[in-house]
Design a protein. Structure first.
Lengths: 130, 260
């Protein structure tokens, strides 16, 4: 039922135990991507500085990118299973480019907000509040 | 170098402690562990840090370690793009943003304790769901087959102009596969439009129509307006009367923004 606590104890500990001798699999990369994604979401939620929120967005996008690269890697795919091939890496490159575009616009909006309100505290961005 | 030489015994110690012979150690996995710990640790440090300059530094280190993970997965071109575009471009942009807005009261902004607790609970729940999903498929849990990947720069570059020369992945259906010419063009135009828009948004504004808040702020007792207008005239170095009014409205709005 619960794959995390499935056959042979916790797979997470099983993963860590064989880490020095066995090749890594897709799940290792998925764990890294999950941690980055959750860090980014927490960053977006708790930071009061607008630039901190931007950094959270970068972390979220990179967490997604880790998963794309992991699924596209022939090295990580288990025996007999297929990887995404080059498609995953192409998507990862598009994500990187779009993240750069998003960062440029978001930074411009932040600087505009700073010029108009003399603050980068996003709690003060309540001009549109009804 | 000193850091590496210090790190190597730390990485070796668990292996030797477990009684593993040195030849049995999979160095790819050891390097994966190193980069994964760096990337995840610095990502968590970004969340925990209050100082925005330190957050930027931790983000640089986290994304740099992530490029190492990409190299280890065989995605050499994506790893190089990560280093050049992210670490070399996007984060420099972010650091400039930090420097342009780094007044003393914005460098370190504390979050309320309740918000921190709530974020921890929500983050832990989200992490649990994601880990359950990551371990849900048996194929993903198995160690990789260890097929040594080929360099991807040429196949990726040709795929971007619409020609596929890479081997189809194992078990994929035969036949012609599509390249990425159209997405490539769309992304290029998108990037151009977005950068023009960013330059338009962030440009230095000399004149602007006063907004409602500034009009309201500039309607003040006469001596205050005269004082702001005097400040504005020194800044504008002998501009017209209209210039002085606009600048005084702006400085008044800044005062209101800073005081409220």
């Amino acid at each position: 039922m619960m794959p995390l606590f499935g056959d042979g104890g916790l797979p997470l500990f099983g993963l860590l135990g064989g880490l020095f001798t066995q090749p890594v699999g897709v799940a290792h990369y998925l764990v890294v991507g999950a941690i980055l994604f959750v860090s980014g979401v927490a960053c977006m939620a708790v930071k009061r500085n607008a630039l901190g929120v931007l950094m959270g967005i970068e972390l979220v996008l990179n967490g997604a990118n880790v998963n794309f690269v992991a699924f596209s890697s022939p090295y990580l795919a288990a025996d007999g299973s297929r990887s995404l091939g080059l498609d995953g890496q192409a998507i990862a490159i598009f994500v990187i480019v779009l993240a750069a575009a998003e960062a440029a616009v978001a930074l411009a909006i932040t600087l505009n907000f700073y010029n108009n309100h003399a603050t980068v505290d996003i709690d003060r961005a309540d001009d549109l509040k009804g | 170098m000193i850091g590496l030489s210090l790190l190597a015994p730390c990485l070796l110690a668990p292996c030797l402690g477990l009684g593993l012979p040195l030849a049995a150690i999979n160095w790819h996995s050891v390097l994966f562990l190193l980069f994964a710990v760096l990337a995840c640790g610095f990502a968590v440090a970004v969340v925990l840090a209050d100082n925005v300059v330190r957050m930027a530094l931790y983000l640089v280190l986290s994304l740099g370690a992530l490029a190492g993970l990409f190299f280890l997965a065989g995605a050499d071109f994506v790893g190089a793009m990560q280093l050049m575009i992210y670490v070399g471009g996007t984060l420099v942009l972010l650091v400039f943003g930090v420097m342009l807005t780094a007044q003393a009261q914005f460098v370190s902004m504390k979050t309320a304790v309740g918000d921190r607790i709530l974020a921890t609970i929500v983050g832990a729940a989200l992490l649990g769901v994601l880990l359950l999903a990551a371990f849900a498929v048996p194929e993903w849990r198995q160690p990789g087959a260890g097929i040594v990947p080929e360099p991807t720069a040429t196949p990726l570059g040709l795929a971007m102009v619409g020609v596929r020369v890479d081997e189809p992945p194992l078990g994929a259906p035969e036949g012609r596969r599509a390249g990425y010419l159209l997405p490539f063009e769309i992304v290029s135009v998108h990037l151009l439009v977005v950068l023009v828009a960013a330059a338009y948004l962030a440009r230095a504004k000399r004149r602007k129509t006063p907004r409602a808040i500034e009009v309201a702020a500039s309607v003040e007792p006469p001596e205050s307006v005269a004082e702001h207008a005097a400040i504005g005239r020194t800044a504008a170095a002998g501009g017209s009367q209209q210039d002085g009014t606009v600048v005084s409205g702006r400085s008044a709005s800044v005062l209101v923004g800073g005081g409220s």
